[in-house]
Design a binder for this molecule. Structure first.
Ligand SMILES: *Cc1c(COP(=O)(O)O)cnc(C)c1O
Length: 398
């Protein structure tokens, strides 16, 4: 029996079946992972948008090792330098002049954003409702699940928390129709990830900002998947001519360690006051040290520019495949967050890619999603594109 089979059998017996993995990752380096039997695969999932600077980047590894030897946790009753410096960096990169709340995941960061909006709304006329979008994704806690307007996540969890209204993405009229006198915020992903890799149009982002200004609402950007250089800017909203009031980060922020953050603009920086919100591990010094290293690497290695440049090359290569097959409808996305839209089920393509040695994801039923590490080299991309070509040939030409 292979090591992979042995571990997967044990996994299925001991780990709840919320996922059904077919690969056991033993280690990772740059844009590849090695499985339990020594097979090397390109990881064009980045561990679902986490390994933006690549697996085991020496700078990130060293930052984690050095900080672990100093102190791994000290609670938020005491401050630590890495989290403080990280907050400064995030505020500086955002240009919003505000403050940061740290937590441990994307769902928690969005939960914090929703709580901040409600706290502000309760002091401004008892408003609490947040408008979110169909095909959006904001996490799996009860509140963020209620914010996630997709039945495949919500089924079986009634009653969901109240206080959310749903609108259609890239449709400003439907947003206007969803706003009531109880609305306090509009929350959106600048590029919808799980829902199908759909970027907001510039007009839509500008229109949401204008609506928020007109109705005195918070504009919240969920950057959990699109942030940290993924779409060619530090945060995807920076690729539009707008500024949100709040935005959230997680996934790639901690370089593989669990870390989430809510960044608020100056106007909303002090809505949370002592004891109004908290997290035991939030701002964990090891995760914060890793995040500081991630930011340094993105900057030093020009990874935002690389995401733009290689994203364009990758998009062109995928567009060439779309031209070859009637079953492929479109390529969409931004930077190195790309989706190949299929007329039919995307899963067989993801399986065929894995058989070729390339890990990819789905996004909804009919989109193959690619989120390669931003440290991708042109040579890697060429090899990956050949694998994609071969996989599509297997699926469509048998
Ligand atoms: C993954 C994701 C989340 C949830 O993050 P977790 O860390 O899994 O809680 C929230 N929003 C978006 C856009 C995501 O992609």
């Amino acid at each position: 029996m292979s090591k992979t089979t042995e571990i997967l059998d044990a996994y299925r017996k001991a780990v709840m079946g919320t996922y059904s993995p077919g690969v056991v990752v033993a280690s990772g380096k740059g844009v590849t992972v090695r499985d339990a039997d020594g097979l090397i695969l390109y990881d064009f999932t980045s561990g679902i948008g986490v390994q933006n600077v690549g697996y085991s980047h020496p700078k990130v590894v060293k930052a984690i090792q050095d900080q672990a030897a100093l102190v791994t946790h000290c609670s938020n009753l005491f401050a630590n330098e890495p989290a403080t410096r990280l907050a400064e960096r995030l505020v500086e990169l955002s240009g919003l002049g505000g403050k940061v709340f740290f937590c441990n995941s994307g769902a928690e960061a969005n939960e914090a954003a929703i709580k901040l909006a409600r706290r502000w709304g309760s002091a401004s006329g008892g408003r609490f409702e947040v408008v979110t979008f169909r095909q959006g994704f904001h996490g799996r806690t009860l509140a963020t699940l209620a914010a996630t307007a997709q039945s495949w996540c919500q089924d079986g969890y009634d009653p969901l928390p109240v206080g959310f209204a749903y609108a259609d993405y890239n449709d400003l009229e439907s947003v206007r129709a969803a706003i009531t006198d109880k609305t306090v915020a509009i929350m959106l992903e600048p590029v919808q990830g799980e829902g199908g890799v759909t970027p907001a149009t510039p007009e839509f982002m500008a229109g949401v900002r204008a609506l928020c200004d007109e109705k005195n609402l918070l504009m919240i950007c969920d950057e959990v998947q699109s942030g940290m250089g993924r779409t060619g800017t530090w945060f995807a909203w920076q690729g539009y001519d707008v500024k949100p009031d709040l935005f959230t980060l997680a996934k790639a922020l901690g370089g593989g360690l669990p870390m989430g953050a809510l960044v608020a603009s100056e106007k909303f920086a002090d809505v949370f006051t002592p004891s109004s919100h908290a997290s035991t591990f939030g701002g964990n010094p090891v995760a914060a040290a890793a995040a500081l290293a991630v930011i340094d690497v993105i900057e030093e290695e020009g990874l935002c520019e690389r995401a733009t440049k290689l994203g364009e090359l990758f998009k062109e290569a995928l567009a060439a495949e779309v031209d070859k097959y009637d079953q492929l409808l479109e390529v969409r996305g931004k930077g190195l967050m790309l989706g190949l839209v299929v007329d039919g089920d995307a899963k067989p393509i993801v399986q065929a890619l894995q058989d070729q040695g390339l890990l990819a994801l789905t996004a909804g039923p009919n989109v193959v999603r690619f989120l390669p590490p931003l440290v991708l080299e042109e040579g890697d991309l060429e090899e990956a594109v050949d694998m994609i070509s071969d996989a599509l040939d297997c699926v469509y030409n048998g």
